[in-house]
Design a protein around this ligand. Sequence first.
Ligand SMILES: N[C@@H](CCC(=O)N[C@@H](CS)C(=O)NCC(=O)O)C(=O)O
Length: 236
Amino acid sequence: MTRVLYDLCGIDESLRFSPYCWRVKFALAHKGLDYETRAWCFTDKQDIEFSGQGTVPILVDGDEVVGDSYEIMRYLDRAYPDKPLLGGPDAEARARFLKFYAERSLAPGMMRTIVMDLHNAVAPKDRDYFRESREARFKRTLEEFHSPAKGLTQLDQALEPLRGRLSESDFIDGDSPAAADYLVFGFFMWARTVSTADLVSNADPVYAWMERMLDQYDGLGRNAMRIVDIDHAYGT
Ligand SMILES: N[C@@H](CCC(=O)N[C@@H](CS)C(=O)NCC(=O)O)C(=O)O
């Protein structure tokens, strides 16, 4: 039976920008597992009711329904032990730190930088929902929250530990990428797909790592549709 990944889509059905879904797409590629994606919009909650949750990614693998990007990685290691993503308990505990580092230290600065690009990238029917839910979260309007100058400064500071690691190693997980890289890189795919903002300078070790990550798995990341590829994306 074909594996199915529910994957957030935007203004074009092929524009896939969820950082959490990107983690899973890299994890599936790492394991060499085939899957189909099901394009999902924020407001299509009824389509994922079967999973008992309101967010994507959701992986349906035969009788297994698994939600949450990190739980999906754990599931993949249990079900397909070859080519571990997270590794043993010690390694997994450290990868879990990277999950929180990405979500709590890197994502906020990126969000401040790209929030208006995101608003433009979501499916038109999702725009009101996106605005209302995010304004409630930020406790201010998207326009008030939006500040690339502040966001990039925040991100620049938060990237220091990653720079340290990537100055000594090609990937966070060593000579080749694994869960730690995917947990972090998902957010760089998020920004890349919806925005043209340069998050890091090309002299930065993080930039060289991003380029290596984009080339993994036959250019899985590099070939992904970006907002700039969509003619009708601006001024709608
Ligand atoms: N902790 C979850 C977070 C998933 C998540 O927040 N996904 C977003 C898409 S990027 C979503 O589905 N949001 C639904 C909404 O905002 O209503 C994970 O790691 O998978």
